[in-house]
Design a protein. Structure first.
Length: 191
């Protein structure tokens, strides 16, 4: 009989980590930007992973933020700003418009085609593609919004910050608390 159970190994780093819980995305985002502005690297700042990652890693369909803030097995994710999501949405929608327009234009590049016909082909070919791109872009934005709403429903948005010395520890705690972070504290390890 073979054991197909996936054995998980969690590696801990002997670097302290500040943690706080935020009730709004805006407060958490402001804390992130302040941490970055005083020198914290984006790779030292993490958020709780997705619901799917939680269920896969911990087997918990229901959880509270306060239960996971000091759990080294809680899955982590990088912060993604609203600006980055907006850029992604623009790139998706614009990319689809460009591809549709380019295909239509290539089809019209014959010696017999006129400039007016080529412009019409670009507009006609790009419009349906732009609609598809817009739908996909909205879906990406909705996924981002749902991620934060799910965390707020479960007690708040978790944020962890690696702090390599006492000065950084004090600064991270001050910033997290300054942006209405709850239960802000430091534990002696990070993942």
């Amino acid at each position: 009989m073979t054991n197909d159970a996936k054995e998980e190994h969690t590696t801990y780093i002997n670097v302290p980590e500040a943690v706080g819980i935020f009730d709004t995305f805006e407060a958490q985002q402001a804390a992130f930007y302040d941490l970055r502005s005083v020198g914290f690297h984006h790779s030292d700042i993490s958020l709780l992973g997705t619901q799917e990652a939680l269920e896969e890693r911990l087997g918990k369909a229901y959880w509270r933020a306060s239960e996971l803030e000091d759990d080294p097995k809680a899955p982590r994710a990088n912060f993604v700003s609203e600006e980055a999501i907006g850029e992604l949405e623009g790139a998706i929608a614009g990319g689809f418009f460009f591809v549709g327009s380019a295909i239509a234009m290539l089809a019209m590049l014959t010696p017999a085609s006129t400039v007016a016909a080529s412009i019409a082909a670009v507009a006609i070919g790009g419009s349906p593609a732009a609609v598809i791109g817009t739908i996909l872009a909205r879906r990406a934005g909705k996924h981002h919004k749902d991620y934060y709403e799910n965390q707020i429903r479960h007690g708040g948005i978790l944020m962890w910050v690696r702090v390599r010395d006492q000065e950084k520890e004090d600064l991270a705690v001050k910033i997290l608390k300054g942006h209405s972070g709850r239960d802000v504290h430091v534990h002696g390890w990070s993942e």
